[in-house]
Ligand binder design. Sequence first.
Ligand SMILES: Cc1cc2nc3c(=O)[nH]c(=O)nc-3n(C[C@H](O)[C@H](O)[C@H](O)COP(=O)(O)OP(=O)(O)OC[C@H]3O[C@@H](n4cnc5c(N)ncnc54)[C@H](O)[C@@H]3O)c2cc1C
Length: 438
Amino acid sequence: MKKIGLYIFDHDCRVLDNPALTQFSQQVDALICVYVLPAPSTFDRQFSQTHASDAQQGYIHQTLSELDENLRLLGQKLLLVQAPIQTVIAHYLKVEHITHVGRSIHSGYYEQQQWQHVQRLYPQLHYFAANSSHLFDLEQLPFTLDELPTSFTPCRKHFEQLDVPAPLATLTHLPAPPKHLANVDFKEIFPPFNGYYSGGEISARDHLNLYFASEAPKSYKETRNELMGDDFSTKFSGFLAHGAISPRQIMASLREYEALNGANESTYWVYFELLWREYFYWYARQHQSRLFCFSGVRNKSLTTSFYPSRFKQWCEGATPYPLVNALMHELNETGWMSNRGRQIVASCLVNELQLDWRYGAAYFQQRLIDYDVASNWGNWQYIAGVGPDPRGGRHFHISKQTALYDPHNIFISHWHGDANCQAITQTDMVDWPISEQS
Ligand SMILES: Cc1cc2nc3c(=O)[nH]c(=O)nc-3n(C[C@H](O)[C@H](O)[C@H](O)COP(=O)(O)OP(=O)(O)OC[C@H]3O[C@@H](n4cnc5c(N)ncnc54)[C@H](O)[C@@H]3O)c2cc1C
């Protein structure tokens, strides 16, 4: 009997160094490649009224177009489907008689639940999933998931003892699709690229080569907290989030760079930051749905709440704080924000505006071109003090951060941070009695 495989791309939108795709394609005689557009869940709808931003969708559009281009070089093509995964599987089971279904392992709890659900629904199919997005495989870890250290530093020390597997050899062949399969035109579904950050496997390879051909890695540790500019940080996050590049490919280029130019603290720090990403991946795998809980993984009581007008001010960049406003304007326009910027606006939402951190995380989920379930919700928990921070949360003082990172008002004026500063006027019964100052 002919083995017909359905491969579901998700956060692994590349053909090179994609263990899940490579191994799955070796198990089947014919292959259908699909990308399933995620529908907003009930949880998403609870925390926000808006949908994925144009910046985010335009970025995904580019990512998928470049994946399709690379698949075509291997005699394949990418099909885009807008339906729940179980419907997609049911469709191809009926129409193409698929026998196998493959994908890369997802860190998200709901995505894992969905994967288990389809296996229960269609037990007659063969299922396959492998790690395509992280540095280490589960079998390499010196601890079980339950024993994952509760904070980053001890975990990093374990990670540093491990060898990062080399990227796979170039993929030269994929089984062909079973027969002519109609596809939708990507342009009919997605808004155009906004011109700020390019997505996709081809762009990722170009960017990686440019970054490691530059002097930037030598001073990364000193520049990485800046707010503005082309190469103060690596700008790998969008590519990594959608899997247009693998962290192992980045590590291979980093090691080559170090061999040619010498290693220093800054080149090590690029690895160090990739280990943060790694940590949050395993953290999400361990804590599952607790990643989204108000009290976090620490089960901590918080006093923050939801104030619609304050949240609106934060989203629109109309708070009393010019730096926060400028950062939010940058996010809304481009879909990206520096790491220091994310820390400042997240801290403002939690500490100054006293808002439930999950609204901020959900807003980031819809805006970021590099949205990644583990890194986003894990970092938000960290700032809100309900996650892996041994100090129990962070408060970034906005005036101090402004003096440190935008002393000449360049960032604020570029993103019009002082154009619409509004006082926080809303009070509610918990603020009573209202003092002179409020
Ligand atoms: C509240 C908040 C939300 C965030 N949400 C996301 C998200 O959805 N997706 C995402 O990829 N990153 C997220 N980050 C982490 C970090 O801000 C971005 O990865 C980084 O700013 C991307 O820019 P870069 O690629 O130039 O990073 P660089 O500074 O050059 O770092 C190199 C790579 O290391 C990884 N990395 C660096 N810092 C972190 C970190 N704190 N946590 C996890 N990985 C890290 C990223 O993959 C990044 O591309 C968030 C941070 C905060 C504080």
